[in-house]
Ligand binder design. Structure first.
Ligand SMILES: O=C(O)CCC(=O)C(=O)O
Length: 272
């Protein structure tokens, strides 16, 4: 349960930090299960790369089909231009997504213990739906930057309704690529939409061409177990992990089913 003060803080700054939200056992289960999933992943010669720079996703069939699957996305530096692997599989994965919270029994069991849907309701959502999950590895030395973005760009509803839950599975600090956010930035308009285009891929459409505000981003350095709730319009970012320490996180993104979900959003799924 959120206090009135926490709700007011979320409404004021566009994010909320809650320590000790997910316990050590739950974190360990999510991390161990992610390793089990990676063990079962059979890499192919030309793997899909989740290109984090500038939020440009490789919009191929694998990515667009991942909304109701458990898929594996690689760090750009994990393969060379000929598609040859440069690092071992377990160090190459950028993230796993996007439906393990429904499809993977271990992951589902842990996620179902967390009161995230109730928090959405407290923050004004009428019918919360957990649409997208990601296990983000932010691998030591190779974990790439995630460019400044607003989550409603990717999960667009009318009116906008997306809320992101970012769970620190390990300590996150400025050295290993903690989240950074623009306090109050959720009041600026949505800048872009990422949508399925008529060529079978996906594209960005500009909704608001004004530049990002100049203000500095706030470093959200948090210990393992912390939840950061992100308003769907809040600009946020994470730098590359140049340290030798990994920074795993699990994210869940909700939308309000009382709002119209765009038929050309990249993520289309019947899973509930
Ligand atoms: O974990 C990260 O580095 C970025 C995650 C993020 O931007 C998101 O979940 O929207």
């Amino acid at each position: 349960m959120l206090s009135e003060q926490q709700i007011a803080r979320f409404q004021h700054q566009g994010y909320l930090v809650i320590n000790d939200f997910i316990n050590a056992d739950q974190r360990q289960q999510l991390m161990s299960q992610a390793q089990v999933q990676v063990d079962g992943f059979q890499p192919v010669a030309n793997p899909t790369i989740f290109t984090t720079d500038q939020q440009q996703r490789v919009s191929d069939a694998y990515f667009l089909g991942s909304g109701d699957q458990i898929c594996f996305f690689l760090e750009p530096e994990a393969v060379d231009q000929k598609g040859q692997w440069l690092v071992p599989k377990h160090r190459a994965i950028n993230k796993i997504g996007h439906a393990q919270h429904i499809l993977d029994p271990v992951c589902k069991q842990v996620i179902d213990q967390l009161p995230t849907a109730g928090l959405c309701e407290q923050l004004g959502m009428q019918q919360p739906r957990a649409l997208q999950a990601m296990h983000i590895f932010k691998q030591p030395g190779i974990g790439g930057e995630v460019g400044l973005h607003q989550d409603s760009t990717f999960l667009y509803t009318q009116p906008l309704s997306c809320i992101g839950f970012w769970l620190a599975l390990e300590d996150a600090d400025r050295h290993n690529g903690c989240l950074q956010a623009l306090p109050g930035g959720h009041r600026i308009p949505l800048k872009q939409r990422f949508f399925r285009n008529q060529q079978g891929g996906a594209s960005f459409a500009t909704l608001d061409a004004s530049p990002w505000p100049e203000e500095p981003l706030q470093m959200l350095e948090v210990p393992a177990g912390t939840l950061i709730i992100l308003h769907g319009q809040l600009p946020h970012y994470s730098a590359a992990n140049t340290s030798g320490i990994s920074r795993q996180a699990f994210t869940l993104h909700y939308v309000d089913q009382a709002c119209a979900y765009a038929a050309d959003n990249w993520l289309q799924t019947d899973l509930v």
